[in-house]
Each structure stands twice: as C-alpha cells, then as structure tokens.
Write a protein that binds this ligand. Structure first.
Ligand SMILES: Cc1cc2nc3c(=O)[nH]c(=O)nc-3n(C[C@H](O)[C@H](O)[C@H](O)COP(=O)(O)O)c2cc1C
Ligand code: SF4
Ligand code: SF4
Length: 244
C-alpha cells in the first residue's frame, strides 16, 4: 500500500507511478475516512511534498498512527530542490527502511515564481527515470537512503521548519480577487476542508496545510496569498503531463 498526500499533483503522480510498478495500491491520505488495514501488505510507502525541509504535519500525524506490521517501509519526499532531514524526521515517528527525495517542479509561489516550462518538463522526465530505479529497489527490499539534504539541513529541518509550522501556515493572507466566479471548486477540493463559500466568495478557516492547491487550481487564478502571488504563474502537474 502506498499512501500519499499532494497539493498540486506531484506526489500523487509519483505515488501512482510507483504503485503501477510495484503492484501496490496508491491511497490518498486526505480521502481516508478510517485507519487503513495493513494486514497482508508486504510494503508500506509514504509519498508527500516536502514543506520547509520537513514532512507535512498531516503526513507525520497519519504516519504516527500507522500499525507497525513488519512490512518493508519507505518514504519519498517530492521537493523542488532539497529535502533536508525531512525523511529522517519522519522516520522518527514511523521507521522507514528506505528514504528517497524526488526532485520535481516547485509549487511554492509564495516565495518565488514557477520555473520555466523547459525546466519543469526536464524535472518531470528525470523524476520518471528516478521512479523506475526506486521501484526496482523497493521490489528487491533494498535499504536505500538517497536524499538530497542540501546544506545546513539540521538548521533548516529544525528551527526553520518549526517556524514554518508555527507562523507561515496562516490563512490570513489568502483572498480571492475580482476574477472569482463563486464556482466553489476551492471549497470542494481543499484537503483540510477549511474553505467555505459565503455570499459566493471563499472564506478561509484556521486549519491549513499550506499545500497551495486552492491557489494553483482556481480556474480563474483568482486566489492570492498576500501581494506576492498576483503576477506569478500557477502549477498543476496535469498541465504538463501531456507535454512530456
Ligand atoms: C509550503 C511549501 C513549502 C515547500 N518547501 C520546500 C522545501 O523545503 N524544499 C523544496 O525543495 N521544495 C519545497 N517546496 C516545493 C514542494 O515540495 C514541491 O513542489 C512538491 O513536489 C509539491 O508536491 P505536490 O504537487 O504533491 O503538492 C515547498 C512547497 C510548499 C507549498
Ligand atoms: S475556485 Fe476560484 S473562482 Fe471558484 S470559488 Fe474558489 S476562488 Fe472563486
Ligand atoms: S486552504 Fe488552500 S493551502 Fe490551505 S489546505 Fe486548503 S487548499 Fe491547501
């Protein structure tokens, strides 16, 4: 069984690609209504986006409750560039036999604009090749630690990650501009169930994973996070898969 969490599709795609090669089922953590039954599973995988050099808290909380069954366990952190100690830190709540980072297009447009289409396509093609190798290693139950940690990993995955979870996940900067048509897609798709529609406009509650799905997938590109996102691009993997 391969569990995944995904904001803009990278980790969902990676989980499904892996599952297709290992013969496992890919299962969306945000859609699970009850704890999974892992009896009879020979592999348990966790695929997720790296947030501020750590695993998303929602993934760590889910992993911490998983039964430890003796199955071969692995984690894959998809990231724009580097994962720091995200996999090691996740391994503390749920021991992982193998750990991988998988470099994919960055969706963090709160900090910087999207990469060029060329770079995005190159990253996706390289990720597809990396998944082939991973799948072989996972099927062979080989213990692997292949993670791009990057410099100052301990500091980034420690203090900076704690600061991100404490201060940078606020929903206050979210707003919809005049392009919003009130279609409700953002409210339907938010994995935290935090968006409601009031008088035809989205209103954000408190709980937010900062997955940025609402921002990237609004069909009108009407959602902004503060002032920085207005002139930046929007990303979902779906827009690129047929260009590969
Ligand atoms: C809140 C947030 C924090 C991020 N932090 C990192 C990071 O620390 N290192 C990195 O390389 N990429 C970072 N990224 C980029 C994502 O990890 C990357 O684009 C990931 O593949 C997105 O996966 P998804 O499409 O499944 O949501 C961050 C993205 C977001 C939204
Ligand atoms: S998805 Fe976009 S257009 Fe639709 S309700 Fe949300 S903000 Fe408005
Ligand atoms: S409000 Fe937006 S960023 Fe926050 S969890 Fe929902 S979809 Fe993700």
């Amino acid at each position: 069984m391969i569990f995944y969490f995904s904001g803009t599709g990278n980790s969902r795609w990676a989980a499904r690609q892996l599952a297709a090669r290992t013969g496992d089922k890919a299962c969306d953590i945000a859609a699970l209504r009850q704890p999974p039954d892992l009896r009879g599973e020979s592999r348990v995988g966790l695929v997720f986006p790296v947030y501020a050099w750590g695993p998303p808290q929602v993934v760590a909380a889910f992993a911490g409750k998983l039964a430890r069954t003796g199955a071969f366990t692995f984690g894959v952190g998809t990231c724009g560039a580097e994962a720091g100690l995200a996999l090691k830190n996740l391994s503390r709540v749920y021991p992982l036999d193998s750990c991988y980072s998988l470099v994919m297009p960055s969706n963090y447009i709160v900090a910087e604009d999207l990469e060029s289409d060329d770079v995005i396509c190159q990253k996706l093609a390289a990720a597809a090749r990396e998944i082939e190798q991973m799948a072989g290693e996972i099927l062979a139950r080989r213990k692997v630690y292949r993670v791009k940690e990057g410099p100052m990993a301990r500091f980034k995955s420690g203090m900076v990650n704690a600061g991100f979870n404490r201060f940078a996940r606020s929903t206050k900067p979210f707003h919809a501009d005049d392009r919003c048509t009130g279609c409700g897609q953002c409210a339907r798709d938010c994995p935290a169930g935090t968006i409601t529609l009031t008088d035809g406009r989205p209103v954000w509650g408190k709980t937010c994973y900062q997955c940025l799905r609402c921002l990237h997938e609004c069909p009108q590109q009407a959602i902004q996070y503060g002032k920085g996102t207005q002139h930046r691009g929007r990303y979902t993997i779906q827009n690129y898969l047929d260009k590969l």
